[in-house]
Design a protein around this ligand. Structure first.
Ligand code: NAP
Length: 239
């Protein structure tokens, strides 16, 4: 089996690439920081491939993902994990836009290549790392939560599209709660934090079962429910 992880240089993507390699996958590692990808690839017993991709250089990123697929020969699974998030007291356009560039436009650039490839191949599996943040807007990071809701909704669209195209392309939307990674460095009031390793094991389980959706860790389903039902006066207290 062969898999690509976009955003494999740290955190959840790095841990998931390790789990995939340990389970016999040849893994294609993509991100901007090539030296981290090289180091990770050096750990694997299975064959690995490296591609420098900045998902915000849209045309080039799409060409590079296509190139990686060609180099690997045949790919069963593409995980779109690349993502950024910023929390700021002052609402600033720059970091809001950066979030959209990576989590929305960059996500779509990768998803379009993945979907069209699997359409030609007549089967495949796309996994997108959305977030529990997709459930409801956040005052601290409005752009982040909105981008994760976009990803989640986009994947629903791809699932419907695959059904119309009559091609078995599985789409799995992953919704992690807090996971200990560089993304959360300096963040306060965190709870139920999973290690990247534990998160990756549960994501792999969802991949094996071709789940449509999975909360990571599982108990975050309860938080998702609370986020949905909490009245504004209660929900707004959390930033
Ligand atoms: N940690 C959490 O609690 C949590 C919770 C819910 C969802 N998530 C989601 O999980 C995913 C992974 O995040 P993480 O927590 O593991 O954070 P992380 O350690 O910061 O990893 C982010 C990954 O995205 C890549 N990336 C960022 N910008 C990129 C770009 N322009 N082009 C290509 N790759 C890019 C990074 O690689 P380079 O910098 O080398 O390019 C890195 O590999 C994100 O989508 C995040 O939103 C995380």
């Amino acid at each position: 089996m062969k898999a690509i992880v976009v955003g494999a240089s740290s955190g959840i993507g790095e841990a998931l690439a390790r789990v995939l390699a340990r389970n016999g996958y040849e893994v294609g590692l993509a991100a901007r920081r090539g030296e981290l990808l090289e180091r990770l690839a050096g750990e694997f017993e299975t064959k690995s491939y490296i591609k420098i991709i900045d998902v915000t250089q849209y045309a080039e990123a799409m060409a590079r993902l296509e190139e990686l697929i060609r180099e690997m020969g045949d790919v069963d699974l593409i995980v779109i994990n690349s993502g950024v998030g910023y929390k700021s007291d002052r609402l600033e356009f720059e970091n809001q836009k950066k979030t959209i560039d990576v989590n929305v436009s960059g996500f779509v650039a990768m998803a379009v290549v993945a979907y069209n490839y699997f359409l030609t191949r007549k089967k495949g599996h796309i996994v997108g790392i959305s977030s529990i943040a997709a459930v409801r807007g956040s005052g601290g990071s409005p752009s982040y939560n909105a981008s994760k809701a976009f990803e989640y909704n986009y994947m629903q669209g791809l699932r419907s599209r695959a059904w119309h195209d009559k091609v078995p392309i599985a789409i799995t939307a992953i919704q992690p709660g807090y996971v200990e990674t560089p993304l959360l460095q300096g963040a306060k009031n965190l709870f139920w934090m999973a290690s990247a390793q534990d998160a990756a094991e549960q994501i792999f389980d969802a991949i094996r079962k071709k789940r449509k959706q999975a909360y990571i860790t599982r108990r975050w389903r309860l938080i998702a429910w609370l986020m949905r039902v909490a009245p504004d006066w209660m929900y707004f207290r959390i930033r």
